[in-house]
Write a new protein. Structure first.
Ligand SMILES: NC(=O)C1=CN([C@@H]2O[C@H](COP(=O)(O)OP(=O)(O)OC[C@H]3O[C@@H](n4cnc5c(N)ncnc54)[C@H](O)[C@@H]3O)[C@@H](O)[C@H]2O)[C@@H](O)CC1
Length: 463
């Protein structure tokens, strides 16, 4: 609690370097954090006003006494006091409810939350402790009355409510404060991790000056079917723009030859093509499934047996491949495909993407990228929620490009989890760059164009 409160005080100093800070403390440990923050702010010479509910948590009671010892006496928390106190405040700190809140909200608390939001509408910024009051920390449900924060200092780990759905918009800019506490004290909701861009930038491979096309990764894309012949091309371009040295598209369909840098081989049938391809010398990485059509499951099963680093997308995401994944493969379902794989409604996948990604990983093996805004990457050792991206990326072909990006990174030697993590971030960053020019009109090709720039952006933070 001491560490948490100190982190909140530091954030408050940053958000409001001068003026009166009004801290709202509920009866539980979330309120205790607010009382600790008030003590640190007061000792630092700040004008603080504390409105507190009767403390129910022993550490909160202790910190009430410690606050009094530095000369600050909490006032009784009520909607009227809050309204009066918020007038002219430089900052409101919301320590009413944290991870201990369970819906539905009691009416007395609802009135306080309404006052916080009214004060914010009058111009007082709000800093939430751990989670904005009124949000349950776990999987985001339809959000009821909750504090709208400008910033949130979340403690110990990322809570699902701060990452997904409408609830996530209540938190404002979120900063994580990891605490030096025993693992058993970490709230069960603090389940997800996010990676700093610096780490992604550090993992992106550098190549020697004498690199040539044979050393920069040979990638095959197996996909395309009459009517969906563009999909493997988009994957191929994604791979090229992520630095793959040689990209060959294998298809039964005639593919549009939009990029002369892509090599194309048309095959009469997969049963003929696959043994011949295996005998011809396997590539460094494969992308399978983009627009591949009804034979995708058989093709995917055959290529998984090659044990080459492989990304499986779109039509290759079939339930009967459960357990066929190996530790060098990456599955990339969107929520609809994930729902089909798990045999659950799509709403269940979008309702709890973390649990769904874990379940898919256990079912399919290898690494799973559950695509969405944001995407989740799951592997046997971890679960990471990706950063960034842009709503304009909600357009056909975006997933094909991502599959190509993953394949290119696999082909350049990254292990499956790192390839997935780096690819998702690169793709999202490229989308942000493309959105600056195209906004909602951006298409997959625009994102591919920005992949090189996105790589440089991430590298600049990582080295
Ligand atoms: N290791 C830990 O567990 C740590 C926890 N910390 C803080 O502790 C918080 C969790 O503390 P608690 O478990 O005490 O819970 P909270 O303080 O989040 O909530 C408990 C309080 O909320 C009230 N409440 C619950 N449901 C309500 C409802 N439906 N309507 C109105 N009021 C309701 C309860 O009466 C109680 O006063 C975290 O969010 C974080 O801020 C930090 O101090 C750091 C360490």
């Amino acid at each position: 609690m001491e560490e948490a409160g100190r982190a909140v005080a530091t954030a408050a100093q940053r958000l409001a370097p001068s003026g009166r800070v009004v801290l709202l403390a509920g009866g539980g440990a979330n309120g205790g954090d607010a009382l600790v923050a008030a003590r640190h702010l007061s000792v630092a010479g700040r004008d603080v006003q504390v409105l507190a509910a009767p403390a129910t948590h022993p550490l909160t009671r202790l910190n009430r006494r410690r606050l009094k010892a530095v000369g600050v006496s909490p006032q009784v928390l009520s909607p009227a006091r809050l309204r009066a106190g918020a007038r002219g405040a430089a900052l409101l700190v919301d320590g009413l409810l944290g991870t201990g809140f369970r819906a539905p909200l009691r009416p007395s608390m609802e009135a306080l939350i309404a006052e916080v939001n009214a004060a914010r509408a009058q111009g007082a910024p709000v800093l939430a402790i751990d989670v904005p009051s009124g949000l349950e920390a776990g999987p985001a449900r339809a959000a009821g009355p909750a504090v709208q924060a400008d910033a949130t200092v979340t403690l110990m780990g990322w809570k699902p409510a701060l990452l997904f759905g409408e609830a996530a918009t209540r938190a404002g800019a979120v900063d994580l404060t990891p605490l030096s506490v025993p693992r058993a004290w970490v709230a069960p909701e603090a389940v997800a991790a996010r990676l700093p861009d610096a780490l992604i930038g550090f993992w992106l491979p550098e190549r020697p000056a004498d690199a040539h096309k044979g050393t920069a990764g040979r990638v095959w894309v197996l996909g395309g079917h009459p009517g969906t012949a563009g999909a493997p091309v988009l994957a191929g371009v994604g791979a090229l723009r992520t630095g793959a040295g040689l990209v060959t598209l294998h298809s039964l369909a005639e593919l549009p030859l939009l990029h002369p840098e892509l090599m194309v081989r048309r095959h009469p049938s997969w049963p003929e093509a696959l043994p011949a391809l295996a005998a011809s010398g396997l590539p460094d990485a494969l992308a399978v499934g983009m627009g591949l059509g009804p034979e995708a499951a058989e093709v995917a099963r055959a290529v998984l047996a090659w044990k080459v680093p492989t990304v499986l997308d779109a039509d290759a995401l079939q339930p009967d491949l459960a357990g066929a994944g190996h530790d060098r493969c990456v599955w990339t379902p969107h929520p609809g495909e994930a729902a089909r794989l798990l045999d659950v409604p799509t709403a269940q996948v979008t309702g709890d993407p973390l649990v769904s990604a874990r379940a898919l990983q256990a079912q399919m093996g290898g690494v799973v990228v559950l695509k969405g805004g944001p995407s989740v990457v799951a592997w046997s050792g971890g679960l990471v929620v990706a950063r960034g991206g842009h709503p304009g990326m909600a357009t056909a072909g975006m997933g094909d490009t991502l599959a190509g990006v993953i394949a290119a990174l696999l082909g350049q030697g990254l292990d499956a989890a790192r390839a997935a993590l780096c690819a998702v971030r690169l793709h999202a960053r490229a989308g942000e760059r493309a959105a600056a020019r195209h906004h909602y009109g951006l298409v997959a090709g625009d994102v591919a164009e920005e992949l090189g720039g996105a790589w440089l952006d991430l590298r600049a933070t990582g080295r």
